[in-house]
Design a protein around this ligand. Sequence first.
Ligand code: G3H
Ligand code: 13P
Ligand code: ZN
Length: 335
Amino acid sequence: MTSYKDLGLVNTKEMFAKAMAGKYAVPAYNFNNMEQIQAIITACLETQSPVILQVSSGARKYANQTLLQFMGQGAVEMMKVMAVEKGLKPIPVCLHLDHGDTFELCKSCIDSGFSSVMIDGSHHSFEKNIELTKQVVDYAHKFDVTVEGELGVLAGIEDDVVAEKSTYTQPEEVIEFVQKTGVDSLAISIGTSHGANKFKPEQCTKNTDGVFIPPELRFDILEEIERKIPGFSIVLHGSSSVPAEAVKIINANGGALKDSVGIPEEQIRKATKSAVCKVNIDSDGRLWMTAAIRKHFNDKPQDFDPRQYLGPARLALIAMYKHKNENVLGSAGKV
Ligand code: G3H
Ligand code: 13P
Ligand code: ZN
């Protein structure tokens, strides 16, 4: 059993209390490799933003779970050294399991030094979701590890549009879920989804540049949830904006992304002023990395050293994370 407290990590309690009071959101960025974690830490340290490093179960499979866990821990050490070198304050870092789907997976992360876990029981019945989430909470809280649950289903990239009732979070279920599970934060479904195709073209209008404008998120549901459980931390998944500029670079350099559409940044900014304390962003990083790498190979086809193309990709990521912290989430300068 490794306690995250011995590794210099923090859980989400204080992060969320401050974000709620300060009306901003803590960034939760996914990582699968070294360049991503370096970029996240560099950008968050330089903007003096707290950060949640997220590991999905897919990331654990891809990069090896033990290595990823040590990378999370190594990130804290790197951050401390960089802080001294740059004369900056160290930033709070949380290591979080994203979309845990079983008690065993959550337990394994807690036992190996994660400071926060998500148990995503949203695909189960309401009762089963409560039972599973409570099982994880009961174990996690013994070690002061915080737990995120989910109510309402986020559409996947190829999911058909399903009935409103079974997709969006139902505010009337929220109090019972939170009270019965003892969960620390709740991911809700108000129209966001994972990936780079969040809406079908027919759901959108187009602006003069031909860029898709999606329908507004269901802020009415968010407000209703806030009324039901005032002061409780809400999490927004699927919050990438899918920047048209990154998609353009990808497609101009041999890519084939079609009908890409994300959540406009003004809407995420608006959400951070509410009880939304954590905003999950993964796809935007994937897009900017891909754009930088594709452009690099088009410009310099002779290159074959990974540092030659992963270096520019890392710089593109740093710029993107800084932009999110400073201009979208409002987390810059909050440490
Ligand atoms: O929730 C989705 C995240 O973007 C992680 O994606 O499961 O492909 O690692 P992944
Ligand atoms: P995006 O695909 O919008 O980046 O969402 C990421 C996410 O929610 C990770 O849990
Ligand atoms: Zn998610």
